[in-house]
Design a protein around this ligand. Structure first.
Ligand code: SAM
Ligand code: SF4
Length: 379
């Protein structure tokens, strides 16, 4: 192994990678596509997959959510009801080069999945360029994007061509009036076109996120399950969390995961999909009659899954957040913009992950909503 690295040292295509520790070098070897080094690739891959970023509670951190912008063109009442707070100055936002460098380090430390989010990530100019750079990060197994789909119909093919694996689309109602009331925009038709386009170009499996809020869309839950069956998509129902910028969340508005399941099963019996939930945040079900599509129920308020959390988040302005509800942030941006070596950046990330909170405190009396709300964190 060491001999092999010695052999590579000084060669242009590897030079950049050898500034990091050997795990990082390994990841980038995948990009080299040098045929006669297959054995080295295999050996290294084994090492990378056994190397895991762990927090102080022993949870393996495998998923990174990267927010690429704070801006959004929708006004979902459960997220950004009163318009956007002033945008952070441009120089505080991570550049594409900085995002790629950060992702390379995270992947070298064991991150397997990266999801781009926001705000609305499709508003960041030329997101396809970032996607194509990230798609080239060796060792990254899954590159996804969460979007409100306002312009997905036109851009789905380009996203796929850039190297995006799949999309998650937010869709809270199948009724035009209710969709407009919940999101603040009259764009149901465009979003549905976006779902079809994503399927057509192979950004699959397409997942759909629907936040269920009492008095708004709980009566539609079974209709949305019918949509999943008809279109063969994974419909994920999410409990409303106290992360709205209007601070209007109340427990009375939370429709529990148990109620969501009951409402679906009144029409379509469900079967839990086999296997452990692992770090998946959703309890997953198939339709008992074998129909296509899938249901996921994400119940962070009534059935917290913090013990299995595998996530960290990077905000658009370069702050690591180890929990959606974190009270503290860690400026990876400052580290990236210092003269830190790759190994120093990696050490910083390891140290931050060790400070990941044990759980959220939504159900405890001292709970306070974090200062940053969902669109500023990256859901
Ligand atoms: N703008 C994109 C979108 O809506 O898909 C990506 C960012 S958005 C913040 C990511 C996800 O967070 C969406 O699926 C949205 O429904 C969810 N979300 C936003 N506010 C929420 C809240 N208060 N409770 C639960 N989920 C929320
Ligand atoms: Fe925008 Fe997404 Fe928040 Fe809706 S949920 S306001 S689309 S960031």
């Amino acid at each position: 192994m060491i001999d092999a690295l010695e052999f590579l040292r000084g060669r242009k295509e590897f030079f950049r990678f050898l500034i990091l520790d050997w795990k990082v070098t390994v990841v980038l070897l995948f990009q080299s596509k040098i045929k006669n080094l297959k054995f080295l690739h295999a050996v290294c891959f084994l090492k990378v997959t056994t190397d895991v970023l762990k927090d102080s509670y022993g949870r393996a951190i495998r998923d990174l959510r990267v927010s690429v912008t704070d801006r959004c063109n929708f006004r979902c009442f459960y997220c950004l009801p009163h318009g956007e707070p002033p945008s952070a100055p441009k120089e505080q936002m991570l550049t594409y080069e900085e995002i790629v460098r950060a992702v390379e380090v995270f992947v070298a430390l064991g991150i397997e999945k990266v999801r781009l989010t926001g705000g609305e990530p499709m508003l960041r100019r030329d997101i396809e360029t970032l996607i194509s750079k990230l798609a080239g990060v060796g060792g990254l197994r899954d590159l996804a994007l969460t979007t409100n789909a306002f312009n997905l119909a036109e851009r789905a093919a380009g996203l796929k061509a850039a190297g995006l694996d799949r999309v998650t689309i937010s869709l809270d109602s199948l009724r035009r009036d209710s969709f407009a009331r919940m999101t603040g925009v009259d764009m149901l038709g465009r979003v549905l076109e976006g779902v079809r386009a994503a399927q057509r170009v192979g950004l699959t499996p397409v997942k759909i996120n629907s936040v269920i809020v009492r008095g708004h869309n709980e009566e539609e839950v079974a209709d949305m399950a019918a949509f999943a069956r008809e279109h063969g998509v994974s419909m994920r129902f999410i409990e409303y969390m106290p992360l709205d910028s209007g601070h209007g969340w109340s427990r009375k508005q939370v429709v529990s995961g148990a109620e969501i399941r009951r409402r679906i099963e009144e029409r379509f019996p469900l079967e839990a999909t086999g296997g452990a939930r692992g770090s998946d945040t959703s309890a997953r079900y198939r339709f008992a009659d074998g129909a296509p599509g899938e249901v996921g129920i994400i119940a962070p308020v009534t059935e917290p899954f913090c013990g299995a959390c595998s996530r960290v988040r990077l905000t658009a302005d370069g702050q690591i957040r180890t929990c959606l509800f974190s009270k503290v942030e860690h400026s990876l941006r400052d580290v990236l913009r210092s003269a830190a070596s790759g190994e120093e950046v990696a050490d910083y990330v390891r140290a931050v992950v060790l400070r990941k909170e044990p759980r959220h405190y939504i159900n405890e009396t001292h709970f306070e909503q974090p200062a940053r709300t969902m669109s500023l964190i990256g859901g």
